[in-house]
Design a protein around this ligand. Structure first.
Ligand SMILES: Nc1ncnc2c1ncn2[C@@H]1O[C@H](COP(=O)(O)OP(=O)(O)OP(=O)(O)O)[C@@H](O)[C@H]1O
Ligand SMILES: [Mg+2]
Length: 230
């Protein structure tokens, strides 16, 4: 059992079943943590059967904030279904987009396995200590990070991907390197979704402006590069 009695109060029975399945297949062991929890998910550390440290993100089944899902699924063009199916679709979308980002060479935890509402991925941190969010650990080279993050937005954009929630709350400071996490709000770049790309760019520009970066790239300049117009 990856989850002991305490967790039974935390997770619903479907999530417990899904975690047990991942354990019996060797993708996770005992859960340690939580190392993070948002409105919509819990994240734990664990070790797989080969001894590799993993982060386990469990999308909560019971939360109310998922009422943003219908609007998102519409933008994504996936059909809505029952509640559990919708959470599973949500998790699959996150896993798929994070995998595409990883394959594009973006610094993001390597996604290892998806099962229903659970994503198993590379653990970012040292020993058992998870890397801290950029909002909490600001010891990084601001100029270098700005360049890397804008390059990441462009690389993803050229592949038709928008992160959709890019901020200091979704970037880990891994020993000075920015690791982009949380692709749960990712979207395909289309004429309907380009405002989400612009929002990401504006958020990053505002953040780095506050951090003192003077030469910020203009929104238009970045979107044109993505569209291949320069
Ligand atoms: N691969 C990882 N390695 C180390 N820590 C992680 C990893 N993934 C997530 N975390 C930690 O867990 C926290 C929550 O993760 P994440 O941002 O993906 O979920 P969330 O904010 O709950 O997102 P959602 O919008 O899906 O509910 C992060 O802020 C981070 O501290
Ligand atoms: Mg997050």
């Amino acid at each position: 059992m990856p989850v002991n009695k305490t967790f039974l109060h935390v997770f619903d029975k479907d999530s417990v079943y899904n975690l047990n399945k991942l354990e019996s297949d060797g993708y996770i062991g005992q859960l340690i943590g939580p190392i993070g929890s948002g409105k919509e998910s819990y994240v734990y550390m664990s070790t797989d059967y080969r001894g590799r440290k993993v982060a386990v993100k469990i999308h909560r089944h019971e939360i109310a904030s998922f009422n943003k899902i219908p609007a998102y699924l519409k933008l994504r063009g996936t059909r809505t279904g029952g509640f559990l199916k919708r959470i599973d679709d949500w998790s699959r979308y996150e896993f798929t987009f994070q995998s595409k980002a990883f394959d594009a060479g973006i610094k993001t935890p390597e996604p290892y396995r998806l099962f229903k509402n659970v994503i198993v991925m590379q653990f970012i941190g040292e020993d058992e200590t998870p890397a801290r969010l950029a909002v909490k650990d600001t010891s990084f080279d601001v100029q270098k990070w700005y360049g890397t993050i804008i390059d990441s937005i462009v690389t993803l954009g050229k592949r038709g991907i928008i992160h959709g929630d890019l901020s200091a709350y979704n970037i880990l400071n891994a020993n000075g390197d920015p690791y982009i996490i949380d692709f749960s709000q990712a979207l395909k770049l289309t004429s309907l979704t380009k405002e989400y790309l612009e929002r990401d760019i504006n958020n990053i520009n505002n953040w780095f402006k506050k951090l003192g970066v003077e030469e910020l790239r203009q929104l238009d300049d970045i979107t044109k590069e993505i569209a291949g117009e320069q």
